[in-house]
Design a protein around this ligand. Structure first.
Ligand SMILES: NC(=O)c1ccc[n+]([C@@H]2O[C@H](COP(=O)([O-])OP(=O)(O)OC[C@H]3O[C@@H](n4cnc5c(N)ncnc54)[C@H](O)[C@@H]3O)[C@@H](O)[C@H]2O)c1
Length: 254
């Protein structure tokens, strides 16, 4: 897909992987709408990206807010791309240290944010992309964000792992479901990326994480995620696949 002049929405675009993706998209000539929480730095992030970026505040788990933000994205150009990065985790175990059952609320919170939020992105994004005319045999593409935790979930991540595995599971189904609309769907499963999500980590822990990545032995850069997201949008033959972006890491149990 040619990105020049089209509109692309990036959820979680005020920070981390989403923000780096927005920067790559702007460089490629797209018009970008950052969809992020009203409490985020979305306004400043959009200003920083220049005149081809705008901020549309929304909680991606809220159907009406998210739909309105995507409608705003269609005002500047045909919405043909959606890169869905908004998400987060909340540590929990099946049993707490006293042997009590883990919190159902903590489980449901992360499933709603990451998994239900991704379905919301798929359905609302596809609804708008499907209204555009085909160009070179396609209307657009959606990129979702999972995690290597979808495959090697660590202790304390039962809710996060379930949500990210659900996103991986949806990917091929979504690509098949939207094939007749000529909308592609792929997912990126990042390893350990250097974003504000990991800020506050002690140096020793960071060094240990870096050493656990085979090659290159460092955390992933947000820009490397942006590069892959842009490449997926551009590459007409990528569809229905989850791509690990992880320097070859396979996570240990803890
Ligand atoms: N950083 C990593 O190591 C890593 C690894 C694997 C997967 N991921 C995934 O990548 C995605 C982005 O992570 P990041 O590292 O860029 O994090 P980040 O915290 O830097 O950015 C996440 C953004 O999402 C926004 N957001 C959170 N909840 C939202 C909601 N309900 N509605 C709208 N926006 C919301 C936040 O305001 C924030 O701007 C997440 O889904 C995360 O699970 C990150």
């Amino acid at each position: 897909m040619e990105l020049k002049g089209i509109s692309v929405a990036v959820t979680g675009g005020a920070s981390g992987l989403g923000n780096a993706t927005a920067r790559r998209l702007i460089d490629a000539g797209a018009i970008v709408t950052l969809v992020d929480l009203p409490t985020s730095d979305g306004d400043a992030a959009a200003r920083d990206l220049g005149p081809n970026a705008r901020f549309a505040p929304a909680d991606i788990t809220d159907a009406e807010q998210f739909a309105a933000a995507l409608d705003a994205a269609t005002e500047d150009g045909e919405l043909r791309g959606l890169v869905h990065c908004a998400g987060s985790g909340r540590g929990m175990r099946i049993l707490d240290k006293h042997g009590n059952a883990g919190s159902l609320e903590d489980f449901e919170h992360v499933i709603k944010l990451n998994l239900v939020g991704s379905f919301n992105a798929l359905r609302l994004g596809a609804e708008r992309i499907a209204k555009t005319d085909e160009v070179d045999g396609e209307r657009g593409a959606i990129v979702m964000t999972a995690s290597v935790a979808a495959f090697e979930g660590q202790i304390g991540q039962i809710n996060y792992t379930a949500s990210k595995a659900g996103i991986v599971g949806m990917t091929l189904t979504a690509a098949r479901d939207l094939a007749t609309r000529r909308i592609r769907v792929c997912t990126i499963a990042p390893g350990i990326m250097d974003t504000p999500l990991l800020s506050g980590m002690p140096d020793a822990m960071r060094a240990g994480l870096e050493a656990s990545v085979p090659n290159p032995s460092r955390l992933g850069r947000a820009d490397e995620f942006g590069q892959l997201a842009v490449s997926i949008l551009e590459n007409r033959y990528l569809n229905g696949e989850t791509i690990r972006l992880d320097g070859g890491i396979r996570m240990a149990p803890r």
